[in-house]
Design a protein around this ligand. Structure first.
Ligand code: ARG
Length: 426
């Protein structure tokens, strides 16, 4: 531990301080990235009261009140904890294809406990988990929020909602005699509404659906639409009426447009987005979450991990086009969030995508904004997370060096605080 802590709090308690006393922390470092402005600020002093930032100052000005705890990170650069908008914490990257059939939802939940910790330690203080069986993601979110296990704050979807034989939820791996039907399968507008209502009843924060086929699902076509606009509209209207946002998996251009016409909030993957889709996304203020790193894993070691040959074939057609369209959509001014599909590849490697976002057209500040303020906005949590400002949760990470000069520094985080609790400090 390089920082020193002065635990006046325990002294205070010994001297008969009351439990009503607010716990204050003063955090210092040599630099801070202001993600909104895209600049580095010298000598930040962050004051935290009961897990929430109450002030951020620059320079050596002494605080008016002494803090219970002082954390001095010395030469490090602090920035807001990162947000990954597309993860599957209950999935492991070495269990693809038929191997996954042997994993029960209960076992997957325990996998999620391990991956939640790994993700937090990699500097991701918030994640959006878009698809899990048996509401295992709801259980994981609550166990983390109640302090039972370490992990990022989670926004969860529960079982993804999709058509029979589609990419979401349904499992096309087994022959008919097994009669396997995915938890989130719903055909028709009213069936889709019912699933939304059921997911809400069991505690989800958002709805995940699929408006095209996928790479990793058996027998689906990435270019083929899934759900009609009528079904997608019913699902989205129902979700919005309960205050839930909708994330739609979509690779093909037609399914992307269908989902945007229905008013979904984020498009996941967006691989074959065309000019019409780009225009519609801009007009609607929808966000794209384009997972442009995962292709390296799938084509690199996917076969060993159990990924089906047909999926490898699909990935060969998707990977490069998705990267080119990432550049195009960003240049056209579409709002972008950082989403990786971690779980398909190893949890904890999430930040590797940041440097790819820079390679494919973003500035380091743009990439950081996608993983902080843009993500917070897309979650409906502007000002609460993704920013170091008074009123925001004290979700703070630190690296050695300037991430605006070298974004890959974020692959090695030295310090992680979530809601004022320190989880890691090297
Ligand atoms: N879960 C996604 C799917 O199966 C992964 C797509 C990965 N490929 C990519 N280039 N982003 O469709």
């Amino acid at each position: 531990m390089r920082f020193h802590t002065i635990l006046i709090a325990s002294l205070f308690a010994l001297l008969g301080g009351t439990s009503a006393h607010a716990e204050t922390i003063e955090l210092r470092a040599s630099s801070m990235v202001d993600v909104e402005k895209g600049i580095v600020i010298d000598d930040p002093v962050v004051t935290i009261v009961d897990g929430v930032i109450t002030s951020v100052r620059s320079g050596e000005a002494a605080s008016s009140e002494p803090a219970d705890t002082v954390i001095d990170l010395g030469e490090k650069t602090i920035l807001p904890g990162l947000i990954d908008m597309h993860v599957h914490l209950t999935s492991d990257s070495d269990l693809h294809g038929y191997r996954r059939l042997a994993i029960s939802d209960e076992r997957a939940t325990i996998t999620g406990v391990v991956n939640a910790k790994t993700t937090l330690m990699a500097g991701f203080t918030t994640v959006r988990n878009v698809g899990a069986g048996s509401f295992s993601d709801v259980a994981l979110r609550d166990a983390i929020a109640e302090g039972d296990i370490p992990g990022p704050r989670m926004f969860v979807s529960g079982p993804p909602i999709g058509i029979t034989g589609g990419h979401c939820s349904d499992n096309n791996l087994l022959p008919p005699e097994y009669e396997a039907v995915g938890e989130g399968v719903a055909d028709g507008p009213w069936a889709a509404r019912f699933k939304v209502r059921q997911n809400r009843k069991f505690g989800v924060d958002l709805i995940k659906t699929c408006s095209t086929g996928g790479v990793l699902s058996k027998g689906t076509k990435v270019g083929a639409p899934q759900y009609t606009v009528e079904e997608l509209k019913a699902l989205t209207e129902e979700a919005h009426s309960h205050g839930l946002k909708v994330a739609s998996h979509a690779h093909g251009s037609e399914g992307i447009i269908n989902a945007l016409k229905a008013g979904v909030d984020t498009i996941e993957h967006a691989s074959f987005i065309d000019d019409e889709g780009i225009e519609l996304a801009r007009k609607n203020g929808a966000y794209l979450s384009m997972d442009i790193y995962v292709t390296e894993f799938i084509l690199g070691v996917g076969e060993e991990a159990g990924i089906l040959p047909e999926s490898l074939e699909k990935e060969r057609k998707v990977g490069q086009i998705q990267r080119d369209n990432f550049r195009k959509a960003h240049e056209a001014g579409v709002k972008m969030v950082f989403g990786t599909d971690a779980g398909v590849y190893p949890h904890g490697d999430n930040a590797r995508q940041l440097s790819r976002m820079v390679t494919f057209g973003m500035t380091p500040s743009d990439a950081l904004r996608a993983a902080t303020i843009n993500a917070a906005e897309a979650l409906g949590a502007t000002g609460q997370i993704g920013v170091l400002k008074a009123g925001a949760a004290a979700d703070i990470i630190a690296v050695t060096g300037n991430p605006l000069a070298d974004i890959s520094l974020l692959e090695n985080v030295d310090f992680v605080m979530k809601s004022g609790t320190v989880y890691m400090s090297n």
